[in-house]
Design a protein around this ligand. Structure first.
Ligand SMILES: CC(C)(COP(=O)(O)OP(=O)(O)OC[C@H]1O[C@@H](n2cnc3c(N)ncnc32)[C@H](O)[C@@H]1OP(=O)(O)O)[C@@H](O)C(=O)NCCC(=O)NCCS
Length: 275
């Protein structure tokens, strides 16, 4: 398989994606896009094939984004592309191209979607988190209900419409958890996150939330919400902030989780979803 990675050697996510491609036995074409940026037409085409808007592909952190006023929503795609070509650091990374498609690979294990679907040795990223594969599952998947029940999480509304669930496995195929979401426009309720007790505390929960947020982003979500009685500290450790229940959008407060399944004492947490 031919693989091209638009790489930034100073970026941990880009290095992890490159290492994962090599871990799969493939030596990719590595393009340092700051030294050798793609043409305007190729950049626009890759972003389109990745299913993103030009704005979604802009990098904010560590770039002249604010200085150039690129947050101005009236700027056209052409103006944003001009800025990206004048300052290639504004192109978010890494963009990976294979015969299976094009993606901005954030978190890095998204790159696995573009590689052959083979069992591999387990892989631990630079920051100690394991690389995981996610597979969408049916809401009546027996393993999901069983693991949620074992962790005393609600199962009463699993079969209702509008829920999307995933199973997570290490690269060698071990099942290491489940999670799901309910999408309400740009808001998404994260739910049913569970990691088996014997592998907790090894970075899997954090890795699952990153993958889940990315799937939700691809479905249109830009802010994540959740309710928990047991894991508020975990979510705060990974960047969520506590909010008053009344500060959550009506669609989130109207969910079964909010109305029936989580007690009024459950903590509400939220975080923007950015790539
Ligand atoms: C909550 C849960 C998913 C966390 O999964 P995990 O794989 O153990 O978490 P991680 O190892 O990825 O931890 C990530 C970070 O959160 C911290 N953390 C994990 N659990 C924590 C807790 N209970 N309190 C405080 N911090 C916690 C870790 O120390 C780690 O911080 P670090 O990156 O600074 O080291 C897991 O404990 C679980 O399945 N619990 C039962 C079900 C549940 O409560 N689900 C949430 C429903 S909303």
């Amino acid at each position: 398989m031919t693989v091209v990675i638009y790489h930034n050697p100073a970026c941990g996510t880009s290095r992890n994606a490159l290492a994962l491609i090599r871990h799969a036995g493939i030596e990719p074409h590595v393009i340092d896009y700051q030294k050798c940026p793609p043409s305007r037409a190729l950049l626009a085409q890759m972003i389109d094939r990745a299913g993103m808007s030009i704005r979604d592909a802009l990098r904010v952190k560590g770039t002249p984004y604010d200085e150039l006023g690129l947050g101005d929503p009236s700027l056209s795609d052409d103006q944003l592309l001009d800025a990206m070509l004048a300052h290639p650091i504004l192109i978010n990374r890494p963009i990976v191209v294979t015969t299976k498609g094009v993606k901005l690979c954030r978190p890095s294990d998204v790159v696995l979607d573009l590689l052959p679907d083979l069992l591999l040795a387990d892989f631990i990223k630079d920051d100690g988190e394991p690389a995981l594969r996610d597979v969408e599952i049916a809401s009546d998947d027996p393993g999901l209900a069983e693991m949620l029940a074992a962790a005393q999480l609600p199962t009463g509304d699993l079969a209702e419409p509008g829920r999307t669930f995933f199973a997570y496995r290490t690269l060698s195929g071990a099942l290491v958890g489940y999670a799901g979401y309910e999408l309400y426009g740009a808001d998404v309720l994260l739910r049913s996150l569970v990691v088996p007790a014997e592998v907790r505390g090894t970075g899997i929960g954090k890795a699952i939330v990153a993958r889940l947020c990315r799937r939700a982003f691809d479905a249109g979500a830009r802010r994540a919400w959740l309710m928990t009685t047991t894991a508020a500290d975990f979510f705060e450790a990974i960047g969520f902030k506590r909010v008053e229940r009344s500060g959550a959008p009506e669609a989130i407060l109207d969910t079964r989780q909010a109305k029936d399944l989580c007690p009024a004492s459950a903590v509400v947490l939220s975080r923007p979803i950015r790539l």
